[in-house]
Design a protein around this ligand. Structure first.
Ligand SMILES: Nc1ncnc2c1ncn2[C@@H]1O[C@H](COP(=O)(O)OP(=O)(O)OP(=O)(O)O)[C@@H](O)[C@H]1O
Length: 229
């Protein structure tokens, strides 16, 4: 489990996270929802220790992030960070050289799942295909937790559907996934937990099936209550 406990973070004078707490379980998809600037990326980077925070604690399977935890968890940023003159095949070689957890078989499986061509240069890819390669490079790592920043942002409906299919496949099973988004509509049926963020805090943390069955509400209904009032 990933536990974010009472985390505070300031950038210069701006208090971005204020007593932020939530959990994300293995075998579940947890979605952090909030408008632009709500602090979603900052919390992802804090979990990965890519940015320091001022107070609070973040635990991964009960332990603070350390060298060993990096073998359990990966962060997929909202755009490809690989060199643009690489082909997809070269980016695989790079990953194999740098990451012990790289699983070539899973990478090849994802390649055909996404119908991508290994010889294509990253710089020549459409936005949708670049998003798929970005996701593929993270998902092909044998890790227990995957953090994805805006995997659906700015891409067409068909690519979104293809990416959504990955979430219901064996490629995700048993892993803990945290994704961020500000558009919940397309992915509501895929997620187990929604964490609504606003003003650097968790405004509501909910089990999506429970609110659907017990309160007869969708995530969008609850978002309307929380954000619009
Ligand atoms: N390195 C930085 N230095 C100063 N301020 C920052 C820095 N990174 C983020 N911020 C500010 O912190 C706030 C939260 O940013 P963050 O990127 O975490 O939000 P977000 O919810 O991911 O937004 P978006 O949906 O636009 O990606 C914003 O007001 C942003 O301007």
């Amino acid at each position: 489990m990933i536990e974010v406990k009472n985390v505070y973070k300031k950038y210069k004078k701006k208090q971005v996270l204020k007593d932020m707490s939530f959990t994300a379980e293995k075998g579940q998809i947890t979605c952090l929802i909030g408008i632009n600037g709500a602090g979603k990326t900052t919390i992802m980077k804090s979990i990965m220790a890519l940015t320091p925070f001022d107070r609070g604690e973040i635990l991964i399977d009960g332990k603070k992030i350390n060298k060993d935890a990096y073998e359990k968890i990966t962060y997929i940023p909202d755009r490809l960070t690989m060199l643009p003159n690489y082909t997809i095949a070269e980016s695989f070689e790079f990953m194999a050289d740098f990451y012990k957890a790289w699983n070539e078989q899973r990478a090849t499986e994802l390649l055909s799942f996404f119908k991508l061509n290994q010889q294509d240069k990253l710089s020549s890819l459409s936005k949708g295909n670049a998003a798929k390669v970005n996701l593929l490079l993270g998902l092909a790592l044998d890790v227990d937790y995957i953090l994805m920043d805006e995997p659906f942002s700015g891409i067409d409906i068909f690519s979104r559907e293809q990416i959504a299919n990955v979430f219901t496949s064996h490629l995700i099973e048993n892993r803990g996934v945290i994704i961020t988004t500000h558009e919940i509509n397309d992915i509501e049926h895929l997620i187990d937990k929604a964490v609504l963020i606003g003003d650097g805090k968790v405004l509501r943390e909910m089990n999506v099936e429970e609110i659907r069955e017990m309160e007869g509400k969708s995530v969008v209904d609850v978002m309307r209550e929380v954000y619009v009032g």
